[in-house]
Design a protein around this ligand. Structure first.
Ligand SMILES: Nc1ncnc2c1ncn2[C@@H]1O[C@H](COP(=O)(O)OP(=O)(O)O)[C@@H](O)[C@H]1O
Ligand SMILES: [Mg+2]
Length: 248
């Protein structure tokens, strides 16, 4: 049975897509079949894995999901591509409680062959993110190690708590991921310490450094683990993957 994990934070540019892609890729390398579901109309996860966006979003196309799954160049790493269609984003987000449980059942049923499913959320707390949380067992929250990092964190955490209380009782905060860390910046260290001070063990021990290889990889349609396996960023994501497997 697949473990379904949403990667969410209403802030843009904090490393959601990067984390979804690279953790899924690392798990696939460790022999755990992984699927990335792209629900962001920007389709960054789709294109970052070298796949074309779909005309209709697979979650609203009314076909079995398996027909829409695309294999990436990496063995065991698949994508359910996003769609640039705003109409589809609307249809996808026209979710209510019933739809959330339907989606959860649909994913559980049709994607049971995967070990891990990551849902890459858009940068908002809107209906798409709500639907994703409603269908997930866990949420990972990437946090950029910069000045306003803590601001807004309570909103995504509150949304996760609300979702757990109302629609999806098994939802857990699977972990906070510190991203784009620059050890030379005093501020980055302060932010990391502050986040750990508040959230303690919920924060993954692995800190993802700022590394240009991480930002270059998507333009080659592969994870940083394939693009620059010896780069610091690749090591960091590989370590994060070990933690993810430890928390299984
Ligand atoms: N650790 C990192 N080092 C350098 N660049 C990064 C790192 N993580 C993400 N990026 C880059 O920062 C930008 C935003 O990251 P992304 O994962 O797309 O954020 P989000 O999905 O939260 O909007 C992208 O251009 C990405 O390549
Ligand atoms: Mg993104």
């Amino acid at each position: 049975m697949a473990k379904i994990i949403s990667v969410a934070n209403q802030k843009g540019g904090v490393g959601k897509t990067t984390t979804a892609i690279n953790v899924a890729a690392g798990l696939a390398k460790a022999g755990r079949t992984s699927l990335v579901i792209d629900v962001d109309p920007q389709c960054n996860a789709t294109s970052g894995l070298g796949v074309e966006p779909a005309d209709r979003h697979p979650l609203v196309a009314g076909r079995p999901l398996a027909q829409s799954v695309v294999e990436t160049v990496q063995l065991g790493l698949h994508v359910l591509p996003g769609s640039l269609s705003l109409a589809d984003a609307d249809a996808l987000s026209a979710s209510n409680r019933q739809r959330a449980s339907q989606l959860r059942e649909q994913l559980a049923h049709e994607l049971s062959g995967y070990d891990f499913v990551f849902i890459d959320c858009p940068p908002s707390l809107g209906q798409l993110t709500r639907a994703a949380l409603g269908a997930s067992a866990e949420v990972y929250i990437p946090i950029q190690c910069e000045y306003f990092a803590m601001e807004g964190l309570s909103q995504i955490i509150d949304l996760a708590r609300q979702t757990k209380a109302r629609d999806n009782h098994r939802l857990e905060i699977g972990g906070l991921v510190l991203t784009m860390f620059d050890p030379q910046l005093e501020l980055a260290n302060e932010v990391a310490n502050e986040v750990r001070g508040y959230f303690d063990d919920t924060v993954f021990e692995t800190v993802i450094p700022r590394d240009v290889h991480i930002s270059e990889a998507p333009s080659h349609g592969v994870s940083v683990l394939d693009y620059a396996p010896r780069a610091r960023g690749a090591w960091a994501y590989a370590e994060l993957v070990m933690e993810v497997m430890d928390r299984e």
